[in-house]
Design a protein around this ligand. Structure first.
Ligand code: ACO
Length: 399
């Protein structure tokens, strides 16, 4: 009963590929993944080398401009971002329109969408200077927007950015500092957050990045395209997984469920229960980011005194899963978000902030991919076809 006639007529062939399991939507020179081997590289550099030696700002530059910056270039990039952290006062007022317990993700996407109204001077996707300034504005302002969404959700006053600090430091201060009191940065926390941002910075054509590209393919501006990406990231099967993992660990703990009994529920697919933070469309091996995050979780929880009991539950679930035929046959391994929530929690972030933190990390990837799309002369508007399964022609019943 599938009606593919019109497609065959226009193109001679049709590909029905739900979830785009086998469809490449782009040629891209940004990120390389080998899912079978568990390999991830940004612009050719292995993720573990970047995690060990680089900084989030440097990685963002690498993703967006294609090469590692020289010392001077990195300094200028950092400086320019620091000069654009201020949000327009009217945009600040925007936050009071949301309910107090608003989830920060829709607040984030709404505020980023609203940037198009505040900065009409930087919306032309084909003007190099405008694309540059939009890049800087987004990099500088998204952390500030995220901190405002956070402060609003806990009923505390928002802090103005402190441009003597870099992006990661200032974000922590804007989240955890209070007005008129000095905020002492914890170097372990700055390092751990910077590392997590690096690990999330790009992941080729994932759901949110593909969304950014699809929206951008209509020549929508960078703010509009990134705002759509944030909404895609909100879903529990994508960026929302980090929040879902912690909720899962918590409920296992509070209900006193044994990890093995929980695993049975997952395997029996009881009410769609999944082991959140496990499985990946591309990795059929250990996610290389998860390896780094697991180690960081141990280090940072040791230093900051996080919830060891939840970490124990996570480790027992992982141990059970890696030895279980259900997971082995399906090649399900921990993904990047299996341990990130525990680290964010230890830093003092509530669950609702976990996915916004993912968005901060993914921003350079979205920007780089949007720019690559716009610069590629082969780009066409994204417009998939369908396989029609509805009624054949029928006449309207004139009564
Ligand atoms: N727990 C239990 N079973 C799982 C899990 C899981 N986490 N993930 C996949 N499976 C099972 C599926 O039920 C399916 O089983 P079946 O063959 O018996 O039907 C099989 O493994 C294949 O899974 P699909 O859902 O077909 O794989 P897909 O590539 O479509 O989905 C996804 C990938 C969405 C990540 C999935 O593994 C999942 O839902 N994981 C949990 C959510 C999560 O952690 N998301 C974060 C992804 S990474 C990121 O965004 C950073």
């Amino acid at each position: 009963g599938l009606n593919i006639g019109p497609l065959l007529k226009s193109t001679g062939q049709v590909t029905y590929d739900p979830g785009f399991m086998n469809t490449a939507n782009a040629k891209s020179a940004i990120t390389y993944i080998d899912g079978d081997e568990g390999v991830l590289r940004y612009r050719g550099y292995p993720i573990d080398q970047l995690a060990q030696n680089s900084s989030f700002l440097e990685v963002a530059y690498l993703l967006i401009y294609g090469e590692l910056p020289t010392g001077d270039q990195l300094g200028a990039w950092d400086e320019e971002i620091r000069r654009h952290t201020m949000l327009h006062e009217d945009l600040k007022g925007f936050f009071s329109g949301f309910p107090r317990d608003a989830h920060p993700m829709p607040v984030l996407s709404s505020a980023v969408s609203a940037l198009s109204t505040f900065y009409p001077d930087s919306l032309d996707p084909f003007d190099e200077e405008q694309v540059h300034i939009s890049t800087i504005r987004l990099m500088a302002k998204l952390p500030v927007i995220a901190s405002y969404a956070f402060k609003k959700s806990i009923g505390q006053p928002m802090l103005y950015p402190d441009n003597s600090l870099n992006l990661t430091e200032n974000f922590l201060r804007q989240c955890f500092g209070v007005p008129a009191e000095p905020y002492e940065l914890d170097p372990d926390m700055v390092k751990a957050l910077d590392l997590l941002l690096i690990l999330h910075a790009d992941h080729e054509q994932n759901c949110s990045t593909s969304t950014v590209r699809l929206v951008g393919s209509s020549h929508a501006n960078m703010f509009a395209s990134v705002s759509a990406g944030i909404n895609a990231l909100y879903g529990p099967l994508h960026g929302g997984a980090n929040e879902a993992v912690l909720n899962m660990l918590r409920s296992i703990k509070s209900d006193g469920v044994k990890p093995e009994d929980f695993m049975d529920k997952v395997k029996n697919k009881e009410a769609g229960v999944k082991l959140m933070g496990f499985g990946h469309r591309v990795y059929k091996n250990y996610d290389p980011r998860a390896k780094i995050v697991k180690k960081t979780a141990h280090d940072i929880l040791g230093k900051l005194g996080g919830n060891d009991e939840l970490l124990d539950i996570a480790m027992r679930l992982e141990e059970k899963a890696l030895a279980d035929d259900y997971f082995i046959e399906r090649k399900l391994y921990p993904n990047v978000d299996f341990y990130t929530g525990l680290i964010y929690k230890a830093m003092g972030f509530p669950e609702k902030m976990f996915t916004p933190l993912f968005a901060l990390g993914r921003l350079p990837g979205w920007i780089a991919q949007w720019r690559e799309l716009i610069e590629d002369p082969a780009t066409k508007i994204g417009r998939p076809r369908q396989v029609y399964t509805g009624h054949d022609l029928r006449d309207y019943p004139v009564r």
